[in-house]
Ligand binder design. Structure first.
Ligand code: ATP
Ligand code: MG
Length: 351
């Protein structure tokens, strides 16, 4: 166990790192952020900050030497350079390696007894027509690596879309996925402790617009509630098989015939932001507890009704009105320029 007073390293300095650092403070931990940018938003709330490339092994070693445990808030990290600090890393590199490659992830989900959408690996342009043949249209092509917030994706709706797709997506290895006609989306946010204990948060209904999460709501509705038991079984099996320590998120499509796994994030997740106000322990505090070896906290709801709305791009300019709204818990990430599609903050309402 790492006792309060110890130092937690966080690789990645975005809003997830920022909220992890904010959750570490009440438990008495210090935080050291590692990120290649000059002034990432997590560094503003951390005791120490190292600005270095994710593959700078010497900088990673110095950073890890200053920390009692190291975690990450971002899964698109090169795994090789982390080998030298693997003994301090929670969750470990297995979770990272699987979750950063969509094909490895889907194969892993299947081995763990989960069900992804029907898929095919695409290694060259000629594989796309074969995938269309096997999966039918429409289908979605996603880059195997580095995609987030719907980036690196292209939908094929007609045969005419096949020809340009390989070039549009940058001539990179892809995965082709059958289009899922889902009734709703939800995720299972689960923490696995160092002792193997599992603690699940309630599953919200997740509403995406243009591939980006816009809103989470509780109650999630009958359809999702009926599928959460099976989804938790799958998410728990995935966490166990990975030997994961920390929070893990599995995104699901709620379909007529049960839950389908969309993807895994080996970390705290946007669909768990509501837990800061809505649950007895937030996903961020829970992750800090898991990686330091503290007992996991209660995930009991503080309200049966919760909504979380993301503030994306220009929506951040609504802050004065939201700051004046007594029902709204406003979270601003301090990220500077409100670029289109950039997650700038969120607002949670209970009851
Ligand atoms: P994020 O970083 O937000 O998780 P991402 O870039 O990893 O996003 P996905 O989760 O793969 O992207 O997809 C984003 C959204 O696009 C999904 O939540 C869903 O709404 C839609 N989508 C993705 N894959 C499919 C599919 N096979 N069938 C139907 N809709 C899909
Ligand atoms: Mg997703």
């Amino acid at each position: 166990m790492i006792a309060p007073g110890g130092t937690i390293g966080i690789i990645g300095g975005g809003q997830l790192g920022r909220m992890l650092a904010l959750a570490a403070a009440p438990l008495g931990y210090r935080v050291h952020v590692f990120d290649p940018h000059e002034r990432p938003c997590a560094a503003d709330v951390a005791a120490d900050f190292t600005s270095a490339a994710f593959d700078d092994v010497a900088a990673l070693e110095r950073f890890a030497a200053s920390c009692d445990v190291v975690t990450y808030e971002f899964e698109n990290l090169p795994v090789g350079p982390l080998a030298t600090i693997a003994d301090k890393l929670r969750p470990g590199t297995a979770s990272l390696a699987i979750a950063q490659d969509r094909c490895a992830e889907k194969a892993f989900v299947e081995e763990a007894g989960g069900r992804p959408a029907k898929w095919r690996a695409i290694d060259g342009p000629e594989d796309i027509a074969a995938a269309v043949e096997a999966l039918g249209l429409p289908l979605v092509l996603k880059t195997r690596r580095d995609g987030y917030d719907g980036k690196g994706q292209a939908w094929l709706r007609t045969e005419a879309d096949i020809a340009g797709a390989w070039d549009t997506l940058g001539q990179r290895p892809l995965v082709a996925e059958q289009a899922i006609r889902f009734d709703a989306e939800f995720s299972v946010v689960v923490a696995r402790g160092a002792d193997g204990a599992l603690a699940f948060f309630d599953s919200t209904r997740n509403v995406h617009v243009d591939g980006i999460l816009h809103r989470c709501e509780l109650p999630a509705g009958d359809l999702i509630e009926k599928q959460v038991g099976e989804a938790r079984r799958q998410a728990g099996a995935i966490a166990e098989r990975l030997g994961h320590v920390g929070v893990l998120t599995v995104e699901f499509f709620a379909c007529a015939d049960g839950p389908l796994v969309n993807e895994i994030a080996p970390r705290v997740h946007n669909s768990g932001h509501w837990t800061i106000e809505g649950a007895a322990t937030s996903q961020f505090a829970q992750h800090i507890r898991a990686i330091t070896g503290l007992p996991l906290g209660s995930t009991a709801l503080r309200s049966q009704e919760v909504t979380m709305d993301n503030l994306i791009g220009d929506e951040i300019h609504r802050w004065p009105e939201l700051a004046a709204d007594r029902q709204a818990a406003l979270h601003l990430y301090g990220k500077g320029a409100a670029r289109r599609g950039r997650k700038m903050g969120h607002v949670t309402r209970l009851g």
